[in-house]
Design a protein around this ligand. Structure first.
Ligand SMILES: NC(=O)c1ccc[n+]([C@@H]2O[C@H](COP(=O)([O-])OP(=O)(O)OC[C@H]3O[C@@H](n4cnc5c(N)ncnc54)[C@H](OP(=O)(O)O)[C@@H]3O)[C@@H](O)[C@H]2O)c1
Length: 250
Protein backbone atom coordinates (compact mmCIF):
# COMPACT_ATOMS: atom_id res chain seq x y z
CA UNK A 1 0.00 0.00 0.00
CA UNK A 2 1.34 3.42 -0.93
CA UNK A 3 1.04 6.20 1.70
CA UNK A 4 -2.30 8.00 1.51
CA UNK A 5 -4.97 9.18 3.95
CA UNK A 6 -5.62 7.16 7.11
CA UNK A 7 -8.25 7.65 9.83
CA UNK A 8 -7.53 5.99 13.15
CA UNK A 9 -10.16 5.77 15.87
CA UNK A 10 -8.37 5.49 19.22
CA UNK A 11 -5.32 7.30 17.80
CA UNK A 12 -4.81 9.34 20.98
CA UNK A 13 -3.29 6.56 23.05
CA UNK A 14 -1.77 3.09 23.20
CA UNK A 15 -1.67 0.97 20.05
CA UNK A 16 -3.59 3.54 17.97
CA UNK A 17 -1.12 6.33 18.85
CA UNK A 18 1.90 4.15 18.05
CA UNK A 19 0.38 3.08 14.69
CA UNK A 20 -0.40 6.74 13.93
CA UNK A 21 3.19 7.84 14.50
CA UNK A 22 4.61 4.99 12.41
CA UNK A 23 2.23 5.69 9.49
CA UNK A 24 2.99 9.43 9.66
CA UNK A 25 6.72 8.65 9.54
CA UNK A 26 6.08 6.59 6.38
CA UNK A 27 4.44 9.63 4.73
CA UNK A 28 0.77 8.97 5.50
CA UNK A 29 -1.57 11.81 6.42
CA UNK A 30 -3.30 10.51 9.54
CA UNK A 31 -6.57 11.78 11.02
CA UNK A 32 -6.93 10.62 14.62
CA UNK A 33 -10.04 10.44 16.78
CA UNK A 34 -10.91 9.74 20.38
CA UNK A 35 -12.70 11.60 23.16
CA UNK A 36 -9.72 13.20 24.98
CA UNK A 37 -8.55 16.25 23.04
CA UNK A 38 -5.34 16.62 25.08
CA UNK A 39 -4.27 13.09 24.14
CA UNK A 40 -4.99 13.70 20.44
CA UNK A 41 -3.07 17.01 20.53
CA UNK A 42 -0.04 15.34 22.15
CA UNK A 43 0.08 12.69 19.39
CA UNK A 44 -0.49 15.32 16.66
CA UNK A 45 2.50 17.28 18.00
CA UNK A 46 4.75 14.42 16.83
CA UNK A 47 4.27 15.19 13.12
CA UNK A 48 2.64 17.75 10.81
CA UNK A 49 1.09 14.73 9.02
CA UNK A 50 -1.19 14.01 12.01
CA UNK A 51 -4.56 15.83 12.34
CA UNK A 52 -6.78 15.54 15.42
CA UNK A 53 -10.56 15.09 15.02
CA UNK A 54 -12.08 14.64 18.50
CA UNK A 55 -14.97 12.18 18.47
CA UNK A 56 -17.05 9.99 20.76
CA UNK A 57 -18.02 6.87 18.78
CA UNK A 58 -21.20 6.48 20.83
CA UNK A 59 -22.55 9.73 19.29
CA UNK A 60 -24.02 8.89 15.86
CA UNK A 61 -24.51 12.48 14.69
CA UNK A 62 -20.91 13.37 15.61
CA UNK A 63 -19.65 10.29 13.73
CA UNK A 64 -21.43 11.36 10.52
CA UNK A 65 -20.26 14.99 10.85
CA UNK A 66 -16.62 13.98 11.50
CA UNK A 67 -16.55 11.53 8.56
CA UNK A 68 -17.91 14.27 6.29
CA UNK A 69 -15.39 16.81 7.62
CA UNK A 70 -12.45 14.46 7.06
CA UNK A 71 -13.61 13.78 3.48
CA UNK A 72 -13.71 17.53 2.81
CA UNK A 73 -10.46 18.38 4.65
CA UNK A 74 -8.33 15.47 3.46
CA UNK A 75 -10.10 14.30 0.29
CA UNK A 76 -10.90 10.70 1.22
CA UNK A 77 -9.99 7.74 3.41
CA UNK A 78 -7.63 5.08 2.01
CA UNK A 79 -7.11 3.26 5.29
CA UNK A 80 -9.57 3.22 8.18
CA UNK A 81 -8.57 1.65 11.50
CA UNK A 82 -11.10 1.22 14.30
CA UNK A 83 -9.29 0.81 17.63
CA UNK A 84 -11.70 2.34 20.14
CA UNK A 85 -12.52 0.04 23.03
CA UNK A 86 -13.82 -0.02 26.55
CA UNK A 87 -12.55 -2.82 28.76
CA UNK A 88 -13.21 -3.63 32.37
CA UNK A 89 -12.31 -6.86 34.08
CA UNK A 90 -15.63 -8.23 35.34
CA UNK A 91 -16.21 -10.36 38.40
CA UNK A 92 -17.14 -13.93 37.61
CA UNK A 93 -20.88 -14.01 36.96
CA UNK A 94 -21.16 -10.19 36.84
CA UNK A 95 -23.55 -9.28 34.03
CA UNK A 96 -24.07 -5.62 34.96
CA UNK A 97 -26.32 -4.13 32.27
CA UNK A 98 -24.59 -0.74 32.53
CA UNK A 99 -21.12 -2.20 31.96
CA UNK A 100 -22.37 -4.26 29.01
CA UNK A 101 -24.09 -1.20 27.58
CA UNK A 102 -20.89 0.91 27.61
CA UNK A 103 -18.71 -1.87 26.23
CA UNK A 104 -21.13 -2.92 23.45
CA UNK A 105 -21.91 0.70 22.55
CA UNK A 106 -18.21 1.51 22.16
CA UNK A 107 -16.55 -1.67 20.86
CA UNK A 108 -19.30 -3.02 18.59
CA UNK A 109 -21.95 -0.38 17.88
CA UNK A 110 -19.21 2.27 17.67
CA UNK A 111 -17.86 0.42 14.66
CA UNK A 112 -21.32 0.06 13.10
CA UNK A 113 -21.86 3.84 13.38
CA UNK A 114 -18.58 4.44 11.55
CA UNK A 115 -18.92 1.65 8.99
CA UNK A 116 -21.73 3.31 7.04
CA UNK A 117 -20.09 6.69 6.27
CA UNK A 118 -16.61 5.19 5.83
CA UNK A 119 -17.78 2.47 3.44
CA UNK A 120 -19.88 4.99 1.49
CA UNK A 121 -16.74 7.13 1.11
CA UNK A 122 -14.63 4.14 0.03
CA UNK A 123 -17.30 3.07 -2.48
CA UNK A 124 -17.20 6.58 -3.99
CA UNK A 125 -13.42 6.40 -4.24
CA UNK A 126 -13.57 2.87 -5.71
CA UNK A 127 -11.24 1.36 -3.09
CA UNK A 128 -10.12 1.32 0.54
CA UNK A 129 -8.83 -0.74 3.44
CA UNK A 130 -11.24 -1.13 6.37
CA UNK A 131 -9.37 -2.45 9.42
CA UNK A 132 -10.58 -3.22 12.93
CA UNK A 133 -8.54 -4.04 16.02
CA UNK A 134 -10.41 -7.03 17.44
CA UNK A 135 -8.43 -9.30 19.81
CA UNK A 136 -7.41 -12.89 20.41
CA UNK A 137 -9.91 -12.49 23.31
CA UNK A 138 -12.56 -12.81 20.60
CA UNK A 139 -11.51 -16.34 19.63
CA UNK A 140 -13.56 -17.81 22.50
CA UNK A 141 -15.42 -16.79 25.67
CA UNK A 142 -12.92 -15.93 28.40
CA UNK A 143 -13.81 -15.96 32.11
CA UNK A 144 -13.89 -12.42 33.66
CA UNK A 145 -14.24 -10.89 30.21
CA UNK A 146 -17.91 -11.53 29.42
CA UNK A 147 -18.68 -8.20 27.76
CA UNK A 148 -15.31 -7.37 26.18
CA UNK A 149 -14.63 -10.87 24.85
CA UNK A 150 -18.11 -11.20 23.34
CA UNK A 151 -17.87 -7.82 21.56
CA UNK A 152 -14.53 -8.88 20.06
CA UNK A 153 -16.05 -12.22 18.95
CA UNK A 154 -18.93 -10.28 17.42
CA UNK A 155 -16.49 -8.03 15.57
CA UNK A 156 -14.56 -10.99 14.13
CA UNK A 157 -17.80 -12.59 12.92
CA UNK A 158 -19.01 -9.28 11.44
CA UNK A 159 -15.70 -8.66 9.67
CA UNK A 160 -15.82 -12.13 8.08
CA UNK A 161 -19.18 -11.18 6.57
CA UNK A 162 -17.93 -7.74 5.52
CA UNK A 163 -14.76 -9.14 3.89
CA UNK A 164 -16.92 -11.27 1.56
CA UNK A 165 -19.59 -8.67 0.92
CA UNK A 166 -17.27 -5.71 0.28
CA UNK A 167 -14.71 -7.51 -1.92
CA UNK A 168 -16.67 -6.73 -5.12
CA UNK A 169 -16.46 -3.00 -4.22
CA UNK A 170 -12.66 -3.31 -3.95
CA UNK A 171 -12.82 -2.61 -0.19
CA UNK A 172 -10.42 -4.85 1.72
CA UNK A 173 -11.64 -5.69 5.20
CA UNK A 174 -8.82 -6.47 7.65
CA UNK A 175 -9.04 -8.04 11.11
CA UNK A 176 -6.28 -7.31 13.63
CA UNK A 177 -6.03 -9.68 16.62
CA UNK A 178 -3.32 -8.73 19.13
CA UNK A 179 -2.49 -10.75 22.23
CA UNK A 180 -1.62 -8.80 25.41
CA UNK A 181 -0.04 -5.38 24.72
CA UNK A 182 1.13 -2.84 27.33
CA UNK A 183 -1.32 0.09 27.33
CA UNK A 184 -3.78 2.07 29.47
CA UNK A 185 -6.25 -0.72 28.73
CA UNK A 186 -4.12 -3.51 30.20
CA UNK A 187 -2.57 -1.40 33.01
CA UNK A 188 -5.69 -2.13 35.07
CA UNK A 189 -5.34 -5.93 34.78
CA UNK A 190 -4.51 -7.76 37.98
CA UNK A 191 -3.96 -11.17 36.36
CA UNK A 192 -0.95 -12.69 34.55
CA UNK A 193 -0.64 -11.58 30.90
CA UNK A 194 1.37 -14.19 28.97
CA UNK A 195 3.61 -13.02 26.10
CA UNK A 196 2.91 -9.32 26.96
CA UNK A 197 4.22 -7.09 24.16
CA UNK A 198 5.46 -3.50 23.99
CA UNK A 199 3.08 -1.06 22.26
CA UNK A 200 5.69 -0.09 19.63
CA UNK A 201 6.27 -3.71 18.73
CA UNK A 202 2.53 -4.32 18.29
CA UNK A 203 2.25 -1.19 16.12
CA UNK A 204 5.13 -2.32 13.89
CA UNK A 205 3.39 -5.64 13.25
CA UNK A 206 0.10 -3.90 12.48
CA UNK A 207 1.66 -1.37 10.08
CA UNK A 208 3.70 -4.09 8.36
CA UNK A 209 0.69 -6.39 8.09
CA UNK A 210 -1.57 -3.67 6.71
CA UNK A 211 0.85 -2.10 4.25
CA UNK A 212 2.71 -5.12 2.89
CA UNK A 213 -0.19 -7.55 2.33
CA UNK A 214 -3.95 -7.69 1.78
CA UNK A 215 -4.52 -10.61 4.13
CA UNK A 216 -7.63 -10.69 6.34
CA UNK A 217 -6.09 -11.60 9.69
CA UNK A 218 -3.13 -9.86 11.31
CA UNK A 219 -2.66 -11.75 14.57
CA UNK A 220 0.31 -11.72 16.98
CA UNK A 221 2.37 -12.72 18.90
CA UNK A 222 2.49 -16.10 17.19
CA UNK A 223 2.78 -18.21 20.36
CA UNK A 224 -0.29 -16.54 21.90
CA UNK A 225 -2.27 -16.90 18.68
CA UNK A 226 -1.54 -20.61 18.33
CA UNK A 227 -2.33 -21.20 22.01
CA UNK A 228 -5.68 -19.42 21.70
CA UNK A 229 -6.58 -21.06 18.37
CA UNK A 230 -5.74 -24.52 19.74
CA UNK A 231 -7.93 -23.92 22.80
CA UNK A 232 -10.78 -22.77 20.53
CA UNK A 233 -10.82 -26.12 18.73
CA UNK A 234 -10.69 -28.32 21.84
CA UNK A 235 -13.75 -30.52 22.43
CA UNK A 236 -16.05 -28.69 24.87
CA UNK A 237 -15.55 -31.05 27.87
CA UNK A 238 -11.76 -30.45 27.67
CA UNK A 239 -12.25 -26.73 26.91
CA UNK A 240 -14.42 -26.16 30.00
CA UNK A 241 -12.03 -28.12 32.25
CA UNK A 242 -9.28 -25.77 31.10
CA UNK A 243 -11.41 -22.62 31.50
CA UNK A 244 -12.25 -23.67 35.08
CA UNK A 245 -8.55 -23.27 35.89
CA UNK A 246 -8.71 -19.60 34.86
CA UNK A 247 -11.29 -18.84 37.57
CA UNK A 248 -9.89 -17.03 40.63
CA UNK A 249 -9.18 -19.43 43.54
CA UNK A 250 -11.49 -17.67 46.06
N1 LIG B 1 -3.73 -3.78 24.93
C1 LIG B 1 -4.04 -5.02 24.62
O1 LIG B 1 -3.55 -5.99 25.23
C2 LIG B 1 -4.99 -5.30 23.50
C3 LIG B 1 -5.11 -6.62 23.05
C4 LIG B 1 -5.99 -6.90 22.02
C5 LIG B 1 -6.72 -5.88 21.45
N2 LIG B 1 -6.60 -4.61 21.90
C6 LIG B 1 -7.39 -3.58 21.27
O2 LIG B 1 -6.56 -2.57 20.76
C7 LIG B 1 -7.29 -1.34 20.69
C8 LIG B 1 -6.47 -0.23 21.32
O3 LIG B 1 -6.35 -0.50 22.71
P1 LIG B 1 -5.07 -0.09 23.58
O4 LIG B 1 -4.60 -1.31 24.24
O5 LIG B 1 -4.14 0.71 22.79
O6 LIG B 1 -5.74 0.77 24.75
P2 LIG B 1 -6.14 2.30 24.86
O7 LIG B 1 -4.91 3.13 24.83
O8 LIG B 1 -7.02 2.40 26.05
O9 LIG B 1 -6.96 2.56 23.52
C9 LIG B 1 -8.37 2.61 23.46
C10 LIG B 1 -8.72 3.86 22.70
O10 LIG B 1 -10.13 3.89 22.51
C11 LIG B 1 -10.54 5.24 22.63
N3 LIG B 1 -11.95 5.25 23.01
C12 LIG B 1 -12.54 4.63 24.05
N4 LIG B 1 -13.85 4.91 24.10
C13 LIG B 1 -14.09 5.74 23.05
C14 LIG B 1 -15.24 6.41 22.57
N5 LIG B 1 -16.43 6.28 23.18
N6 LIG B 1 -15.13 7.19 21.47
C15 LIG B 1 -13.93 7.34 20.85
N7 LIG B 1 -12.80 6.73 21.26
C16 LIG B 1 -12.88 5.95 22.34
C17 LIG B 1 -9.66 5.81 23.74
O11 LIG B 1 -9.55 7.23 23.64
P3 LIG B 1 -10.41 8.21 24.57
O12 LIG B 1 -10.46 7.61 25.93
O13 LIG B 1 -9.68 9.51 24.51
O14 LIG B 1 -11.77 8.30 23.92
C18 LIG B 1 -8.33 5.14 23.44
O15 LIG B 1 -7.53 5.96 22.60
C19 LIG B 1 -8.62 -1.64 21.38
O16 LIG B 1 -9.60 -1.95 20.41
C20 LIG B 1 -8.34 -2.86 22.20
O17 LIG B 1 -9.51 -3.63 22.47
C21 LIG B 1 -5.75 -4.29 22.91
Amino acid sequence: MKPGIAWIIGGGSGIGAAVTKQLAALGWTVAISGRREDKLAAVAAASPNIRPYPLDVTDGAAVDATAAKIAVDLGGIDLFIFGAAAWEPMKVGDYSFEKFKTIVDTNYLGLIRLANPVIAQMRNQGSGHFAVIASVAGYFGLPRSAAYSSTKAGLINLLETMRTELAPSNIKVRMIAPGFVKSELTDKNDFPMPFLMETEDAATRIVEGLTTSDRFEIAFPRRMVWLMKTIRFLPYPVFFRLMKRLLPKK
